[in-house]
Design a protein around this ligand. Sequence first.
Ligand SMILES: NC(=O)c1ccc[n+]([C@@H]2O[C@H](COP(=O)([O-])OP(=O)(O)OC[C@H]3O[C@@H](n4cnc5c(N)ncnc54)[C@H](O)[C@@H]3O)[C@@H](O)[C@H]2O)c1
Length: 344
Amino acid sequence: MSLNSLPPVQEVAVPLGERSYSVFVGMGAVAHIHRLLPTSAKRAVVVTQSGIAAIPDLEIPTLTIHIPAGEEHKSLSTIEDLCRQFAQFGLTRNDVVIGVGGGLVTDVAGFAASAYHRGTAVVHVATTLLAMVDAAIGGKTGVNLPEGKNLVGAFWQPSGVICDTNYLDTLPERELRCGWGEVAKYHFLTGDDMLALSVEQRIALCVKIKADIVVADEREGGIRALLNYGHTFGHAIETTTHHQYAHGEAVAIGLLCAAHLAHVLGRIDSARVEHHYNVIQTYGLQASLPSTMSAQEWLEVMARDKKALDGLTFILDGPNGLETVSPVAQESVVEALNRMASKS
Ligand SMILES: NC(=O)c1ccc[n+]([C@@H]2O[C@H](COP(=O)([O-])OP(=O)(O)OC[C@H]3O[C@@H](n4cnc5c(N)ncnc54)[C@H](O)[C@@H]3O)[C@@H](O)[C@H]2O)c1
């Protein structure tokens, strides 16, 4: 197919030297998948889930494997199962694995590819909003253990990523809302007015912001931590409510808690706090605290956060943009939570 007959896409580069790749964003972008396959690939394995639309014919022998939905299947036994099927199909390290799905699929397919033959190319077709703006970009792959989430994994950059917004048409509403929770954090990582952009432009901008951060800090030693804005409070909500709040919903509330905390610490003014509310409410996300959490619970869970090396640690907005702030006094956190509670 000639390039002219393909739907137009925005191309975002992830420049990582010999591991550089492109992300194609747009309606119908999956038609561009041939452009991302390694020229050496003579076979492909598609890893996906039921309920997700198929990708176009790749014109090479292709095995499609469906993995079950649910975090419990993001496991080492799924990796073993995939790698065994790769081997039985005759996949070589010159071939390609293609993850077609949300973050669960891209994490699992990416990790299987990183380990198979000590590294086989992987292309991601992100089919949830969260995968488009976050999980599929940046090369973090992995699975859970019974002892904890994402404890085993590898950095393995894909050879390319597709963010085809047509997939969002079939995405359950709650999954979409969770994706907007992650998109919301990018509003505070850019000076651009993201609300003025189309969905495709907004996704492409999120990809660009994430790509720039990954390029500056591929192994998450420094500024890549800024992508966790809102996540310390968000994780506390997920843990304490036993996941009644999905990740993106919890992150959205976490962004507001973080805005109040930055205000308490004199880092931002009340107009900037209001801007946080405006973004969260535009995306139809909850803007109030879970009523069941006590201040003590908040503090205990956040003190266990892996970033809390020298006392409570947060990513906070401020005059120079987002920064890691540590240690933060417990009284300031309690004051921020009280301010948020009294606002709702
Ligand atoms: N590697 C990273 O950097 C990174 C970043 C963030 C999150 N993650 C991981 O991503 C995972 C969560 O990803 P997620 O939120 O995309 O959820 P998910 O991948 O679990 O997908 C949620 C549900 O939506 C379905 N689905 C996916 N696309 C669909 C579509 N287009 N139409 C209809 N149904 C569709 C899936 O089958 C699944 O049932 C977690 O495991 C998390 O740890 C990884």
